[in-house]
Design a protein around this ligand. Sequence first.
Ligand code: PEP
Ligand code: MN
Length: 356
Amino acid sequence: MELELQPLNLPGIDAQRRPLVIAGPCSAETEEQVMTTALQLASNGIRIMRAGIWKPRTKPGGFEGVGEKGLPWLQRVHDECGLLTATEVANAHHVQAALEHGIDILWIGARTSANPFAMQEIADALEGHDVPVLVKNPVNPDLELWIGALQRLNNAGIKRLAAVHRGFSSYDKRIYRNPPMWHIPIELRRRIPDLPMIGDPSHIGGSRELVAPLCQQAMDLGFDGLLIESHCQPDNAWSDAKQQITPDVLEFILEKLTIRNQMTTTEGLETLRRQIDEVDNQLLELLATRMRISREIGTYKKQNNMTVVQTMRYSEILEKRGAQGTLNGMSNSFIRDIFEHIHEESVAQQIEIMNK
Ligand code: PEP
Ligand code: MN
């Protein structure tokens, strides 16, 4: 094992009960919004509330969080509603301010876990403090970088750690805001089995409708917990409005979840089969992308009065892919066969465009 871990050991939380749920608004906006949301969550059985105080934004000018003045609001949530509180920290100053205000759980955002300098600064600031820290996956699909971020904290003595899977940035957005690439958290779980894994359906899906199915998927993959954005008035949220749900919808989604026992032998097999399903989905998406590009080429050829099949290019593809197949442990003929079929479909789609 690469990390020295201890259970999260959160006061008042039954560690045996799956899922561990952390819910709350993307951002703390006003004291009233924080308190209203907290009371609704608490009365729906939620025990841990999240709220971003400092918000990392892709571009300047957006709402960058209320900053330190929001920390006393979270203290009120702790003291008056009896909830544990969690917030994102991205530098040493945030760590210090959050700890001074008694925040119970810290999390590291995806833009921060991608940055070793920031991670080291945070780790140094945490030295000597025993606080649970959740580490979101870095924005880019790099498992080693994710593990590196966890290791830096662990080297600073943070043993109560968990990973949060929030999906990975992608240029070609389709269904998901951040495609889940499930094989990456699954591989992290295989490498560090004792590290709790928490799913973040809100940031993976980016839309309300996807929260429920993504929660179920995370549970089916044996994840330990869920981090879900919930706001008293989602439509008016100052950040990530489209993906936030009310505490009542959250309660409904959690009630409907099917929680299966973890890891009997057949479930081990099921996990592997789900990995296969996930890879097949990726293959299909890639094939669809390839066909789309191919149709664009068809349009180009039509406009420039070129033939559909250009023999030289076809031979080059078969040669190169065959050789790549061999390098990747598959037979040359198998890969050539596959690419012959792909090419056939490509040509068929281009011919359709030519004749339009
Ligand atoms: C968030 O949790 O609101 C957030 C900013 O998430 P991420 O770091 O995953 O983008
Ligand atoms: Mn958010």
